[in-house]
Each structure stands twice: as C-alpha cells, then as structure tokens.
Design a protein around this ligand. Structure first.
Ligand code: ZN
Length: 191
C-alpha cells in the first residue's frame, strides 16, 4: 500500500466519515483488511489523527453554539479551511508547533516555556478568529486562525485590518519573541 493510497483511506474515514463497509466497497478491499489497516493508520498518522479529533470537537461545539451563524457546510469543508490556513497565526505569523511546545513546556513548569496562571490547554492551539467580529459569522471568508496572544490582544475593539496596520511592530516583536524562546528551548533540550 503506497503512501498516497494510505492518506486517501485515512481521509475517507476520519475526515469524510465514511463507514468501513462503504470504504471496503469503494476501494475493493476485504472488510478485515480495512479494519486492520485503520488500526495501523491511526498509529502511523497519529499527529493528524489528534488534530482531526480536536477539530471535530471544535466543529460540533461551535455549530451548536452559533447555529445558523456557523456557516461551514460540513466537517470536510471546515477541515479544508483549517488546512488552507497553514497552521500559522494570521496576525503575527507564529507557527502552531512553536506556540504549542512553548505553552506545553510552560504548563510543565519548564522555565524556558511560556507560563501563565491563565493558561489552560486552550493557549496551545491557534484559535478561530472572526475578522469581522460584529457579524458573528463563521465561514471561510470571515475566519482565520490566530494565536491566543493576538486574539486576546486584538479583542473586539479594533478591526482586523487596523490591527495589522497599526500594530505591525507588536506583531513582529511577538513572532521574534516566540522564535527566540523556541530556539532557547530547543538548545536546552539538546543539552
Ligand atoms: Zn499571533
């Protein structure tokens, strides 16, 4: 089974939520083979699997909270939107993996990570930010991913455009700070 096929199968079940019986028919694979293969795919693509699980929860939570204002048609379109964001903060351009590691280490009380009494798991992940927050609409054009820090800083008193325009030095400083902390942490971990 080549990598492309594996990814196709992974997507079919975990993103498109096709049943094993459908997959077995569509890809002409024995049920037993499909079952065994998903057990292995979950291990092989563990990080993607974890992201999808988190996004699924987020998707259902937002959908039940915002009803008709949550306008992503279904989970596959929401997941596609997420992937297109590139896992970086729309404002400061910091990467998800760096923030995640820094907050995680901070929560473990590692002095090189980011610590705060206000942190919970939430700060580790990029958040859904509505560029126009007055409309409260969640869709592909109004939503971007933003880090906890930019999201809190921007709050809802300033538009997305003005935040980028007037706070650019802050955004660049935030990225440099995260990059610096990350390189220190990596250096420390290698020792
Ligand atoms: Zn940011």
């Amino acid at each position: 089974m080549d990598d492309r096929f594996k990814k196709q199968l992974f997507h079919a079940h975990f993103v498109d939520q096709k049943r094993f019986s459908e997959i077995s028919k569509e890809y002409k694979l024995e049920r037993q083979v499909v079952w065994k293969c998903y057990y292995e795919l979950k291990i092989e693509f563990e990080s993607s699997y974890k992201i999808i699980r988190r996004l699924r929860n987020l998707f259902s939570k937002k959908k039940s909270l915002f009803g008709s204002k949550f306008q992503f048609n279904d989970f596959p379109s929401f997941y596609l939107w997420y992937q297109n964001q590139g896992e970086i903060c729309y404002y400061c351009k910091s990467e998800q993996f760096k923030i995640s590691l820094l907050v995680n280490e901070g929560l473990k009380k590692n002095s090189l990570g980011l610590t705060s009494k206000r942190f919970d798991k939430r700060a580790q992940n990029l958040e859904i930010e509505r560029k126009d927050s007055s409309s409260n609409i969640y869709n592909e054009t109004n939503c971007v991913l933003a880090c906890y820090f930019c999201n809190n800083d921007k709050s809802d008193y300033i538009s997305s455009e003005e935040y980028i325009k007037f706070f650019q030095p802050v955004l660049q400083a935030r990225k440099s700070f995260f990059d610096f902390k990350y390189s220190e942490l990596i250096k420390h971990q290698k020792k």
